[in-house]
Design a protein around this ligand. Sequence first.
Ligand SMILES: [Zn+2]
Length: 534
Amino acid sequence: MTAVHFRRSCCEEAASIGAERGGDHAGQQNVVSEFGNHFNNAVFSKNREFLPMKTVKTITILLLFLTAPLLLMAGENQPLYNLTVNIEPDAGSISVRGTVDVLPADPAASTFKFDLHETMAINRLLVNGKEASITYGPMQAQLPFPATRGVIVTLPAGTSKGPIHMEIEYDGRMKVLPEFGATEDMSHSLDDQVNARMVELAGYSSWYPQLSFGKRLHVELTVSLPQNWITVCSGKKLEERIENGRVVTRWSSPKDGDIVILGSRDYKKKSFEGAGFHIDVYYTQMPAQFIDSDGTQIVNSLKLYSDLLGNTTVPGGTVKHVFSPKRKGQGKAGFAQPGLIVTSQGLTLEGLAQDPKFSLFQGVAHEVAHYWWNFGYGQGDWINEAFAEYFSAVAMQKLSSDQEFRAIMADYRHQVSELPADAPPLATVPIWTDFVVRYYKGAVMLDTLRQTMGDEKFFQASREFFQTYTGKPTGTVEFRSFWKAKLGAQGSMIDAWMDSTGGVPKVTVHPPASKDRLTRKSGIAGPWPCGPCS
Ligand SMILES: [Zn+2]
C-alpha cells in the first residue's frame, strides 16, 4: 500500500478555496492512517492568503487534494493479489474470490491479521491449502477508515511459518456513508461506493484484504459488472469480454499502491496522444472544452518533464484521468496510482460553476510529475513530493504564466515561514506527516537551489539526479551528497535547508551571473512559452 496524502490544492486562483483538515501548522489534530492519509488545515483565499479555520465552516466548497506517490522499490517482499470481483451496482454489493500471497508482518507468529470492510462475510478462507479459523479484532489501519474491521487468522495446524498463500471468498453490501466533504463528519465519510450511479472502490473502504501497509502490490484483477457498465482500473487492461450479460475486464498492475476499481454506465472517453504517451480521459458530464484542456495539459506536462528530465515509463503505457461521478469527495486533482489519476467530477463542476477559469492543471501536473519523481524511499518520500510539487510549479511557469509560478512560490514561502519553530527538518521529517515541510519547504529549497545555480545547471542536475537514482531506493543521504556536490562552494546551504527546524533557514544565496539566470539560453529545450524570459 502506498502513501495517499490528502492535501491542499495548489492552484488557488482557479480553485477559489482550498481547504484541508487536521494539519500541523494550524495546530489541529492530525488524522494519519497507515495509508498516510494526511489532512492539512491550510485554508487559502483566492489571493492565496491564509484564512482562519472558522472561515472554512462558512465555505461550502472543500477542495481537498489527495495524491499517491509511488513509494516503494523493487526487492521488497511484494504481496501478490489475484482477485475476481463481481459487482452488483443496484444492490450495492460485491463478491470477491481470489488469492493473496504475502509474507505476514510477523512470519513467526501463529496468527496473522488483515483489515476488511466490516460488512463483508468471509465464506471461505484457506491458508496454504488448509481451512483456517478467524476471529475479529481492531483494525490495523488508523483513521480515517470508517468501515474497516480487523480479521485475525489462526494458521491451520501443521502450517509452516513464513510466506502464506491465502484463498479467500467473501461478499456483502458495501456500507453506505456520505462522501468526503458532504458532511462535517470527515472521519465517518467515505468516497468508496457501489450504487446504481457509480462504482468507486479503493483502499479506504478496505474492500480487499489489507495485509501489509506501505508495500507495493502486484495486482491481477478481474472485474465483472453489468454489461452496459464501463470499468476503469489502474494498471494495464488485458482483456474485455461480454459474458452472460456482464462485462468482464482483466487488469494487471505489477507495482501498485492500491486496488482501484471505477465504474459508470455513462463514462465517455476522450483520447489524446503526445510526447510518446497515450492519454484517456473519462467523464460523464464535463464540458467538452474542459476535457480538451485537461488532455492537452497532461500531454504538455508529459512533454515538458520528458524534455527536462528524460524518458520515463508510465505503468500500463496509458495515462488515464478519470472524473469519477461523485458529487463531493476527496481532493481537487484527486488521487493517483500508477497510470491512473482519479478526480471528483462533482467538485470540478462546482469549481467551474464558481469560476469559469477553474483549472486542475497544477494538481494534475503534480501527479504526472510522480511518473518521474517516485524513487524517494521511506523517510526520503519527501524527495518525491518536493520535486513533484516544484516541478508542477515549473510546469505552470513554462506552460501557463510566470505570474502564476510566482504566486505559487510566494504562497509556499509564506506557508513555510508560518511553520512552527519546532517543525521537523527535511532530513528527519517522518514519511506520513508535516505536509508543509515535505511538499512546500522542499519545493522552496529546490527553488532556492535553482536561483543559486541558475536554470541551466539546476535543470541539468535535476535530470542527472533523476537518471542516476530512478528505480533505486533513494533517501535523504543520497539527496544531500548529490546536491552538495552540484553546489560546490555553496554546498553548505544544503545542510542549512536539510537540518533546520521550522521554516525558511537563514542562507545567504549568491546567484550566478545574471546571464545564466532564467534565460532562454537555459538547457531547457521546448516549445512552451517561457514566462521569465525577459
Ligand atoms: Zn505527490
